[in-house]
Design a protein around this ligand. Sequence first.
Ligand code: CTP
Ligand code: CA
Length: 217
Amino acid sequence: MRVLITAGPTYEPLDPVRFLGNHSTGKMGYALAEAFAETGAEVALISGPTSLPDPASSRILTTRVQTAAEMYAAAAAAARLADVWVFAAAVADYRPAEVATQKIKKSGERLTLELVKNVDIAFELGKIKRAEQFSVGFALETEDEQAHALGKLARKNFDLIVLNSLRDAGAGFRYDTNQVTLLEADGRVTAFGLKSKTSVALDIVGVVLDRLAARHV
Ligand code: CTP
Ligand code: CA
């Protein structure tokens, strides 16, 4: 089995010394890469900037990228060959419309930045997903969580979406723990308790392998 995983944040440059980014640590995506590799899968891990070392497993090939555009190019190259896609990256939705060639100097009291939309990696790849491929997305919502997550599942052609709960302290960005609910295209809902990202990864891999096995009986 081959698995494609996007992980971490993207950094969108503003000038030679500044970027727009987010607090994603990459831990969830890296934990998934390790969990899939443990099952014997070959993993292409496309990672934005993180402080984590490349996973040591010889089954995981890590590619480092900075921007959403670079992450898309690397993911698109690996997607066709992969049986499972996991979009765990916190991709910047927008990037600065222009990247200044020199450091932007301080001037007036206000500064307005113009941003343009980035490519939606999961959406673009969702359009070319084959019937035998299995796609997993992530969502973190602050209102109407399940409805918004199901909207993303349909729009991006996911088979399963991992909804991160923000309700419990200790879940999400910057924490080592997560509390997730898995929503599937067929309406199945599976809720898990607060646990380490490593255990959450094992739960997700277990469900994905189960669904793939069920397709072949
Ligand atoms: N995603 C992606 N490329 C993007 C934005 C999101 O691949 N440019 C993926 C994420 O990795 C995640 C899923 O799409 O698996 C949902 O990301 P999210 O940010 O929740 O969805 P958006 O469509 O960007 O909606 P919004 O941020 O407005 O809630
Ligand atoms: Ca987004």
